[in-house]
Structure formats: structure tokens, C-alpha cells
Ligand binder design. Structure first.
Ligand code: ATP
Length: 242
């Protein structure tokens, strides 16, 4: 569904991605694991058209999207829930969801938008209860649910989720990941960026480990969980090899 080949991205003199290649199959949950500054957010921002790569190629469903404008990428079916949630704090939950539907409103019509909102409320029932509340007054977990719900309103076939577990209590993280795991059932493929490798590998089919702008390991989630290097660096376990 998504093919990335030899992607190079820099911020002026700072090289953030140096030859990243990866692929995501339809209906999969793929996670990207890496430490602070590894380049995970840069990769998501490049896929979604917010950054232009210096070189390399991104293809979505067989169509090249490298360097396309962000609004085109959303219309083609890729939505990005950025790090830090970025809801509209002074708008209600419901209005935030409606804004999420804006790029596709004409295509889906009022009934379509209503159905998409129902889907979000089914995934995260607390949002139905809070629909008239200002987004800025929600708890951290509810804000994250809203951020995910908002991007689902564009009915993406691929969703890019940047650190949804950040700053949340373990129980809330579990609830959110449980719902992320269900997204493929409704036809949404997931690219999940996480520093919390344990949680990410628990729900992913495949994963990539990225270090200083390069993919250093790739495999099924089970293979990565068993890999001594992943265990030592990302799962907080001493490597058996040592
Ligand atoms: P984190 O987990 O902390 O969000 P990350 O893996 O998402 O990290 P990126 O945010 O993609 O990492 O950053 C990759 C590299 O690019 C880092 O060295 C970072 O300092 C640099 N970088 C990111 N954004 C900018 C920017 N706007 N200007 C200059 N350098 C940047």
C-alpha cells in the first residue's frame, strides 16, 4: 500500500533521514520504533506532504506522491495525527470532528459525515458523552482519542499516528492501543510511531527500528520482540547475548 524508497530529508544542514526504505501492506499495523531525534516524526511529515524530501520516492497504492501538497495527500487517503494531539482547544469535541471531515465533506456528504462520526463514537464512547465539551478541557487521554477520531473523520485508508501514548497513564495507553488495533477491521491501515516499543510491538504486525535517520532493523513484531538488540535498547531488558 505504501512504498518508500531511499528517502533523504534534511533541515538545512541537518540530515534527518538518510536513505530510508520501507513498505506497508494493506490492512497491517506497522510500527516505527526509535529514540528521540531518530527521524520518526520527520518520516511521517514527509509522507503526509508537510516536508519535501531531497531525494527518494514515496508511492501510495501504486501512485507516486513524493512532494505532493499535504491537502492532496489527505484527499488521496492518508491522514496524520501529529505528536502533541493539536486539537482545536476552544472548539467542542463535535466541531473538532467536523473539521476532520472537512477535506472530504463534499465527497461524503452530510450522511457520510454522520456515519463517520458514529464510527468514532463507537471506537471511543467517552467522546460521545463529551461531544459538547471544549476540547481544551478534556483529559490527556480523551484529547488523544479526539486527535485520532478527528483524523479518522477523513476516512483515511492509511493513518499515521505519532506517539499516541505520550504522557498518558498505562491504563489509558492500553485502551487507546486496543482501539488502534481494531482500525484495520474497518479498512484503515496504520503506521504507528512510538517510543513505547513494548506497547507498539504488542499490537503491530511488523516493525522498523530507526536510528539517526536510518532503518537498522525490520521484521515481524514477534521477530523484533525476540531480537536481543531490540530487547536491550528498547524493551529495557538485558540482552541475552551479554
Ligand atoms: P522524537 O521521538 O523526539 O519526536 P523523532 O524520531 O521524531 O524524535 P525527528 O523529530 O524526526 O525525530 O527529528 C530528527 C532530527 O531532525 C533530529 O536531529 C532533530 O533535531 C532534527 N529536526 C527535527 N525538526 C527540525 C527542524 N524543524 N529544524 C531543524 N532540525 C530539525
Amino acid at each position: 500500500m505504501l512504498e518508500i524508497e531511499d528517502l533523504f530529508v534534511s533541515y538545512g544542514a541537518i540530515q534527518a533521514l538518510s536513505g530510508v526504505s520501507l513498505s506497508i501492506g494493506e490492512g497491517n499495523i506497522v510500527t516505527l520504533i526509535g529514540a528521540n531525534g531518530a527521524g520518526k516524526t520527520t518520516l511521517l511529515r514527509t509522507i503526509s506532504g508537510l516536508l519535501r524530501p531531497g531525494s527518494g520516492r514515496i508511492a501510495f497504492e501504486g501512485r507516486e506522491i513524493t512532494g505532493r501538497a499535504a491537502e492532496d495527500v489527505v484527499r488521496l487517503g492518508i491522514s496524520h495525527a501529529p505528536e502533541g494531539r493539536q486539537n482545536f482547544a476552544a472548539l467542542t469535541v463535535r466541531d473538532n470532528l467536523l473539521i476532520g471531515a472537512y477535506p472530504v465533506y463534499r465527497r461524503h456528504g452530510k450522511a457520510g459525515v454522520q456515519a463517520d462520526q458514529e464510527r468514532v463514537f463507537t471506537l471511543f464512547p467517552i467522546l460521545r458523552q463529551r461531544q459538547r465539551q471544549m476540547a481544551g478541557t478534556l483529559s490527556g487521554g480523551e484529547q488523544q482519542m479526539l486527535a485520532i477520531g478527528r483524523v479518522l473523520m477523513a476516512r483515511p485508508r492509511l493513518v499515521l499516528l505519532d506517539e499516541p501514548s505520550m504522557g498518558l497513564a498505562p491504563l489509558v495507553v492500553r485502551e487507546i492501543l486496543k482501539q488502534i488495533r481494531r482500525l484495520p477491521e474497518a479498512g484503515t491501515t496504520v503506521l504507528l510511531v512510538e517510543q513505547n516499543a513494548r506497547s507498539a510491538l504488542a499490537i503491530a504486525d511488523r516493525g522498523y527500528v530507526i536510528e539517526t535517520g536510518r532503518v537498522v532493523l525490520a521484521g515481524s513484531a514477534d521477530e523484533l520482540k525476540r531480537d536481543p538488540r531490540v530487547q536491550a535498547a528498547y524493551l529495557g531488558r538485558a540482552s541475552r547475548a551479554r
